[in-house]
Design a protein around this ligand. Structure first.
Ligand code: SF4
Length: 237
């Protein structure tokens, strides 16, 4: 693979109308230390399918906070088995019981930002330090801030290149690909969970509600903090 020497704005412009498979193919050719961090959302499953079906040499990992839904752990297993791939687990420094000893039980209820920092942001920062570029599954129409995401951009929070292959896709595009290609997905999507995070912080939403309104319901928090660019303050978790 080539070294990671690319002109990010030029690449973003050149790839704006490329397909997700083409963007992933470009990334695997031109970005030498490249990884995909998946949270096993529908979009992430599409990217895993594209990486596997095109035999792209891209590292895969997930942040295992220790409090994912059983259905998410089952999906993780199904994806590995179907595509014969490894999706590595990246875990926080402390287990849930260890965190409870230091910070008290159910930190997510009292200080969700601190909990996300310990269980998601810090492990991700530590892991991404090993790479030059990472792939995310964000789409522009998910939140107002994500509307500004480019296909390729500088990630100022984690200091590497960020590739967003599905950024121009709609919700319907994602599900059309899933159904057409028999891609495994989280069964919770069929039970009122359009956006799935950790079990203590995710509830089902009613039809017509904002798809992300089931995340940290009742709290001011709306994002994990994984994708907040320090310069633009754009989020995408
Ligand atoms: S989503 Fe909830 S449980 Fe998961 S890391 Fe964040 S606050 Fe903690």
């Amino acid at each position: 693979m080539a070294d990671t020497v690319i002109d990010v704005p030029t690449a973003a412009q050149a790839l704006e109308t490329s397909s997700p498979a083409e963007i992933l193919g470009w990334a695997s050719r031109y970005l030498s230390k490249l990884t995909f961090a998946t949270g096993f959302g529908a979009e992430g499953c599409v990217i895993i399918d594209l990486i596997a079906r095109n035999h792209l040499p891209i590292d895969l990992f997930t942040l295992d906070t220790g409090v994912l839904f059983p259905e998410t752990y089952a999906l993780w297993e199904r994806l590995q088995n179907k595509y014969r791939i490894e999706i590595r687990a990246v875990r926080p420094a402390q287990t849930i019981p260890e965190q409870a000893l230091v910070h008290g039980a159910t930190l997510w209820d009292r200080e969700p930002d601190r909990c996300c920092e310990l269980r998601k942001v810090l492990p991700l920062r530590h892991e991404l330090a090993k790479f030059d570029a990472w792939i995310t599954a964000i789409r522009r129409d998910q939140t107002a801030q994500r509307a500004y995401a480019r296909v390729v951009e500088h990630d100022t929070k984690f200091q590497l290149v960020k590739v967003n292959p599905l950024v121009t896709w709609s919700h319907d595009d994602v599900w059309a690909h899933i159904y057409a290609n028999d891609v495994p997905y989280n069964v919770l999507h069929e039970r009122g969970f359009p956006s799935i995070g950790c079990q203590p912080c995710t509830v089902a939403v009613a039809r017509g509600e904002d798809p992300r309104s089931g995340r940290w319901r009742g709290k001011a928090k709306t994002e994990c903090g994984l994708h907040v660019n320090e310069d633009k303050k754009t989020d995408a978790a």
